[in-house]
Design a protein around this ligand. Structure first.
Ligand SMILES: *Cc1c(COP(=O)(O)O)cnc(C)c1O
Length: 392
């Protein structure tokens, strides 16, 4: 067999096209724990890329909880929740999460991506209609495909448009939205979404991956931010891999929804439970989320500092009050060049390009952490100020 027999010319051509379009992605190999400083190769970078918003991914108490639980429960869950993988730490975490967000029940999923797929497919079939904000996360978009319902997309946060779409549909209806939009950082108008869903007999699934732990006085997320209890028709999906610093996801809702997911959700039934030690670590991080409001206070100060500074520099910002602070640059080349220039100064900020964001809205996506110091945010602002400077 010659070398060329092993090559797939079609895949090769596709990859070449991605490269030519500057859309080719590669991974960095990180040598350190998560934190505002991370080590790649032999260099230490100041990172503005992580979703570890509260600095819990490598918190000593969380690590310690993980280690002691691993000593008792081992590393793997060994089975799915319905067979023999549902351990005491999983169950306790579910009860604590339900208490945290104020719902009768919560149910752990292995990832947020799988939770979205599993919720939508358990509640909808191909006779239903799913409504999606155009800026929804990929996992919500894929969830609608997975259940084969028909899909109607509405322009970002355009609830008048959503209302008119909801009027025309007489089948079972489910509205999907991010709580905090992952690429723009703005917060979905939940009170109006709830009213609309209620008035039109639709259910509402809110994916609060970026709100959980971060916004709301006690870190309860988008619902707490709006002073809105999580009640039918709402279903909340929260992830554990972002502000909570660990791994996995949960769904919070009333009894009937949770039991339906346990019976019918394929991405719940047919997969291994997260390791019990991860559940135990998450119980500790949830405790820190609830008991240490100073983390959210720090984060708020850094967000305000960054926005003030960026405005003074005349950067194109979006209306975001969350740790996700995009700096719009337009085309992919400009965004890539900016990310590269920052990198040369040992600062990591990802360039986000189409198809992840709409065309001509390529951007630097700055994410802030409670662990960033004022000096570190100043360092980022200084570097951004130099971007337009050809001598860089
Ligand atoms: C990260 C993310 C997910 C996926 O969660 P994982 O637990 O990482 O699979 C889902 N929705 C949104 C909005 C996210 O940002």
């Amino acid at each position: 067999m010659t070398q060329s027999d092993l090559e797939d010319p079609q895949l090769r051509a596709q990859l070449e096209r991605l490269r030519a379009q500057h859309l080719y992605r590669r991974r960095e190999i990180v040598e350190s724990a998560q934190g505002v400083q991370i080590v790649i190769g032999d260099r230490t970078f100041l990172s503005f890329c992580s979703n570890d918003y509260l600095g819990l991914a490598n918190h000593p108490e969380v690590v310690n909880a993980f280690q002691s639980a691993a000593a008792h429960y081992g590393v793997g869950a060994g089975a799915s929740h319905l067979i023999s993988g549902h351990s005491r730490p999983h169950h306790a975490l579910e009860e604590e999460l339900a208490d945290f967000v104020g719902t009768p029940r919560a149910l752990l999923f292995s990832t947020g991506y799988m939770a979205n797929l599993g919720i939508v497919a358990a509640l909808m079939d191909r006779h239903g209609v799913v409504f999606e904000d155009k800026l929804n996360h990929a996992s919500l978009i894929d969830a609608a495909r997975f259940c084969q319902a028909s899909v109607k997309r509405y322009p970002h946060a355009d609830l008048d448009r959503l209302q008119s779409l909801l009027v025309t549909a007489d089948r079972s209806k489910l509205v999907l939205t991010d709580g905090v939009f992952s690429m723009d950082g703005d917060i979905a108008p939940l009170p109006r979404l709830m009213d609309l869903a209620r008035a039109r007999g639709a259910r509402l699934l809110v994916d609060d991956a970026h709100g959980m732990g971060v916004i709301g006085t006690h870190g309860g997320g988008s619902f707490e931010y709006w002073g809105q209890p999580v009640r039918p028709p709402a279903i909340l999906m929260g992830t554990l891999g972002k502000a909570l610093g660990t791994f996995g996801a949960f769904v919070a809702a009333e009894e009937e929804v949770i039991e339906t997911l346990i019976q019918r959700s394929r991405t719940y039934v047919y997969t291994t439970a997260i390791p019990p030690a991860v559940a135990e670590a998450t119980r500790t991080s949830l405790h820190l989320v609830r008991s240490e409001p100073w983390r959210r206070q720090n984060l708020r100060e850094r967000i305000d500092q960054f926005r003030r500074g960026a405005r003074e520099l005349g950067l194109r910002m979006l209306e975001s009050t969350t740790p996700i602070q995009p700096v719009l640059l337009g085309d992919s080349d400009t965004a890539l060049a900016a990310a590269l220039a920052l990198r040369q100064r040992d600062i990591l900020v990802p360039a986000i390009r189409p198809p992840t964001v709409p065309r001509h809205s390529a951007r630097l996506r700055v994410t802030l952490s409670a662990m960033h110091t004022a000096a570190q945010v100043d360092r980022l602002l200084d570097a951004l100020a130099q971007l337009g400077n050809p001598s860089l």
